[in-house]
Design a protein around this ligand. Structure first.
Ligand SMILES: *[C@@H]1O[C@H](CO)[C@@H](O)[C@H](O)[C@H]1NC(C)=O
Ligand SMILES: *[C@@H]1O[C@H](CO)[C@@H](O)[C@H](O)[C@H]1NC(C)=O
Ligand SMILES: *[C@@H]1O[C@H](CO)[C@@H](O)[C@H](O)[C@H]1NC(C)=O
Length: 438
């Protein structure tokens, strides 16, 4: 394994613009597993291969030429030995080889030379072919992975794969509100035991895309050779999502009494709030109250070994609703809260738990005169502990399924929270699609 500083220099300095917030490491275990799956798939599918008709001409120096067509060419027998594949540091790529490949083809031929025609069947065999292919992995200016082949044997295949890679999107729409930008931030880094890729990993608001006032910090994901894949996800990625929601004004909610659980001892009306704000029921008897609750700034996640903290700078504007539906402003509070959370994987699910660390209310504006916030603060803390946190923890303990497709499944996944990032390592189970070779 390369020294972390060398890796940093290699992954991070190529374009000199952004540090990668998402890093992915493919280990040798992953590479060998991918090879085995691909080789089995090729072996199983070779018998279904059909070749298109092939036309050609053989020039005969002064007699003109012989034109021929080969039709119905199929593989009669094929010996496809276990290929080998390794990370190839010299060219920053992969080296693949097959030794002793043999194939027997059968088919029909037609030929003509001037007015002479002929036709028949043929059998053809190639024995003991050795194929070696070296592929260089790079990245293009738009942050796509690119492949270039350093010898001709499988050139067409590599060109095709490269075309697919170039056509792949590096920006994904995540939901109605956010897109995720995931181009490579630099060249892939290959050493004898792994392939490392660095991605931008930045969320943007679709409605108001803009750069956040913070940057991804450097970090290096340790390589876990016992797993096929390791991945590191910086707190930057989480905070860019937070910033995206905040800049699109999505971090706000109007809370009215219909959202308060019926068993709550306190309800959102001027009478029920009297014990906390004595002048309120006197000035506005028996009116419903609505709380406009919003983030004053974007919530900030920070990751430390074993723990995630969330700092949420919020505010509440309280209104009394007059009988003629006019909203009369009452007061404004700042609500500053800190949360601590844990995150882990359990049997294919991402799970977590949250506790509240700190919760303070500060009166910053009032049209009903000053009042003490201590009792209100205790009430809000109690509401958080009795209703909000249990609701969130219930969702987190059920967890969220790790992403999977019918072709790829993550197994044996382990997640740990490190300084500045979460590390995720996993094995994968691949089930190649039934698409036939052609
Ligand atoms: C790539 O993104 C464009 C625009 O968002 C979309 O129309 C297209 O279907 C995407 N292609 C793939 C392969 O996901
Ligand atoms: C609604 O009622 C309030 C309080 O009685 C009053 O101050 C306000 O002017 C009224 N607004 C309208 C639009 O009638
Ligand atoms: C809790 O908030 C108070 C007041 O804002 C602050 O002084 C204190 O440092 C905070 N504690 C933690 C653990 O963040």
């Amino acid at each position: 394994m390369l020294l972390p500083s060398v890796i940093m220099a290699l992954i991070f300095c190529t374009y000199g613009e952004k540090n990668p917030a998402v890093q992915v490491i493919l280990t040798n275990k992953g590479l060998q597993y991918g090879k085995t799956v691909a080789a089995d798939w090729i072996q199983e599918n070779l018998e279904f291969v059909t070749f298109p008709d092939m036309d050609g001409e053989i020039p005969l120096s002064f007699l003109g030429h012989i034109g021929y067509t080969l039709t119905g060419v199929t593989i009669a027998k094929c010996d496809f030995p276990e290929p080998s594949i390794e990370f190839y540091q010299d060219v920053s790529g992969l080296k693949m080889s097959i030794v002793g490949f043999s194939i027997a083809l059968t088919g029909a031929w037609r030929a003509h030379c001037g007015i002479i025609y002929g036709s028949g069947f043929f059998d053809m065999a190639l024995f003991g072919v050795d194929l070696v292919s070296v592929v260089h992995l790079g990245s293009d200016a738009d942050g796509h992975l690119s492949l270039t082949n350093l010898c001709d044997a499988v050139e067409e295949l590599i060109v095709n794969l490269d075309r697919h890679l170039q056509a792949m999107n590096v920006t994904f729409q995540v939901n109605r509100d956010l897109i995720l930008d995931l181009p490579l931030t630099g060249q892939p880094v290959i050493d004898a035991s792994s392939l490392r890729l660095g991605f931008q990993g930045e969320f943007y608001s679709i409605k108001r895309p803009k750069e956040p006032p913070f940057e991804a910090q450097l970090f290096v994901v340790p390589e876990y050779p016992a797993y096929m894949l390791s991945m590191g996800l910086s707190d930057f990625t989480f905070n860019s999502a937070s910033f995206g929601y905040f800049s699109a004004d999505l971090m706000q909610i109007f809370i009215d009494d219909s959202m308060i659980p019926p068993r709550s001892p306190v309800h959102l009306n001027t009478r029920s709030l009297g014990p906390f704000i004595p002048q309120l029921p006197k000035m506005f008897p028996d009116l419903p109250v609505v709380l406009h609750t919003y983030a004053r700034n974007f919530p900030v996640f920070s990751f430390h070994p074993g723990v995630i903290t969330l700092n949420l700078p919020g505010a509440v504007k309280a209104f009394a609703i007059q009988p003629n539906a006019t909203w009369t402003p009452l007061f404004k509070l700042h609500v500053d809260s800190n949360f601590k959370g844990k995150m882990w994987t359990d049997d294919g699910f991402l799970k977590g738990s949250v506790t509240m660390d700190n919760f303070t209310l500060t009166l910053v504006a009032t049209v009903i005169g000053p009042f003490k916030t201590a009792a209100l603060e205790n009430l809000a803390k109690m509401a958080m502990k009795m209703f909000v946190l249990p609701y969130i923890n219930d969702k987190l303990s059920t967890g969220f399924a790790l992403p999977q497709t019918t072709q790829a499944l993550l197994v044996n996944s382990v997640l740990t929270v490190e300084e500045g990032f979460v590390a995720f390592c996993s094995d994968a189970k691949l089930q190649p699609s039934d698409r036939r070779l052609s």
